[in-house]
Design a protein around this ligand. Structure first.
Ligand code: BGC
Length: 263
C-alpha cells in the first residue's frame, strides 16, 4: 500500500494553534513527522498546547514554540530553538496568516495594510531564510507556503491580502529556483474557502454561506483536513518531483463555476 511516510522528518508549522495550521500539524504528525507547533504570543498559547497534547495522545512527538513571525529576530530565535530541540528541520509550512480588515484602498489604514504584508509575506520570507541553512545541512528540505485562491482572484477590500498572497506565490517560485540544487523543494498550496475561524462570519450566516457555495464548483466549503492531506503529500517523497508551483485545493473555485451557463 502506498502511504504518506514522514517518519524521521522534523516539521515546523507556523500558526499551528488553530484553523488550517492545527489540521496540518496533526496530519503531519499522523504521517510520522515530529512537529514544532508555532503559535503567536499570548492568547493562542492554550490552543497550541491542545494541539501538542492531541499529537502526543496519538503517539506522536510535538512541542509548541511562540514567536511573532513578522519579527526577523524572533523568527531566527524560533528556528534556532526548533533546531536545538529536534536536531534538524526538514519541513517548513508557512501557514500563519491574517486577512486584515475589509477596506478599499484610499479608505483604508496603511498600518493595517503593512501588518498584513508583514505577517503574510515577510513572515514566510523570514522563516524560509532561517530554515534554509538547516535544510542545506541535512541535504533535504521542503518549504510549503500556504497562499490562497486569492493569489489569483482579486478580492474587493482585501488588497493587502491578495497582494501578499500573490507575492508569496512568486517568492515560492524564486526560492524554488534558488534552492533546487540543494535538495530543497518549495511549493505553494492555495486553499479556497475552507471552513475555519478566518471566514466564520461568512459560513455562519445562511445567506452569505449560500453566496460562497455558489462561488465553488463543488458547491461546498472545504474542511481543514482536505488541505492538510495535500500538505502532507507535498512534504513527503511521494511529491519528489514537484517544486516551484502552486497546487490549488479549492473545490473548483478557480474554474469560474459562474460560467457554467451564459457568458
Ligand atoms: C480566505 C477566506 C475566503 C477564501 C475564499 C481565503 O483565502 O481566507 O476568508 O473564504 O479565501 O474567498
Amino acid at each position: 500500500m502506498l502511504a504518506i511516510d514522514l517518519k524521521g522528518r522534523v516539521a515546523l508549522v507556523t500558526g499551528a494553534s488553530g484553523g488550517l495550521g492545527r489540521a496540518i500539524a496533526t496530519t503531519l504528525a499522523a504521517s510520522g513527522a515530529r512537529v514544532a507547533a508555532h503559535y503567536r504570543n499570548g492568547d493562542d498559547e492554550k490552543d497550541a498546547a491542545q494541539v501538542v497534547d492531541l499529537i502526543r495522545k496519538q503517539g506522536g512527538e510535538a512541542e509548541a514554540f511562540a514567536a511573532d513571525v513578522a519579527d526577523a529576530n524572533a523568527v531566527a530565535q524560533l528556528v534556532e530553538a526548533v533546531g536545538g530541540r529536534f536536531g534538524a528541520l526538514d519541513v517548513l509550512v508557512n501557514n500563519a496568516g491574517i486577512d486584515g480588515p475589509r477596506q478599499p484602498v484610499g479608505a483604508d489604514e496603511p498600518e493595517a495594510w503593512k501588518k498584513v504584508l508583514a505577517v503574510d509575506l515577510l513572515g514566510p520570507y523570514y522563516c524560509a531564510r532561517s530554515v534554509i541553512p538547516l535544510m542545506e545541512k541535512g541535504k533535504r528540505g521542503v518549504i510549503i507556503n500556504i497562499t490562497s485562491v486569492h493569489e489569483f482572484i482579486p478580492w474587493e477590500g482585501y488588497s493587502a491580502y491578495t497582494s501578499a498572497k500573490a507575492g508569496l506565490s512568486m517568492l515560492t517560485k524564486t526560492l524554488a529556483q534558488e534552492t533546487a540544487d540543494k535538495g530543497i523543494r518549495v511549493v505553494a498550496v492555495a486553499p479556497g474557502a475552507i471552513q475555519t475561524p478566518i471566514n466564520a462570519s461568512v459560513w455562519s450566516h445562511p445567506d452569505s454561506l449560500r453566496d460562497l457555495d455558489q462561488k465553488i464548483a463543488m458547491g461546498r466549503l472545504g474542511q481543514p483536513e482536505e488541505v492538510a492531506r495535500v500538505v502532507a503529500f507535498l512534504a513527503s517523497d511521494l511529491a519528489s518531483y514537484i517544486t516551484g508551483t502552486t497546487l490549488a485545493v479549492d473545490g473548483g473555485m478557480l474554474i469560474y463555476p459562474d460560467f457554467r451557463q451564459g457568458g
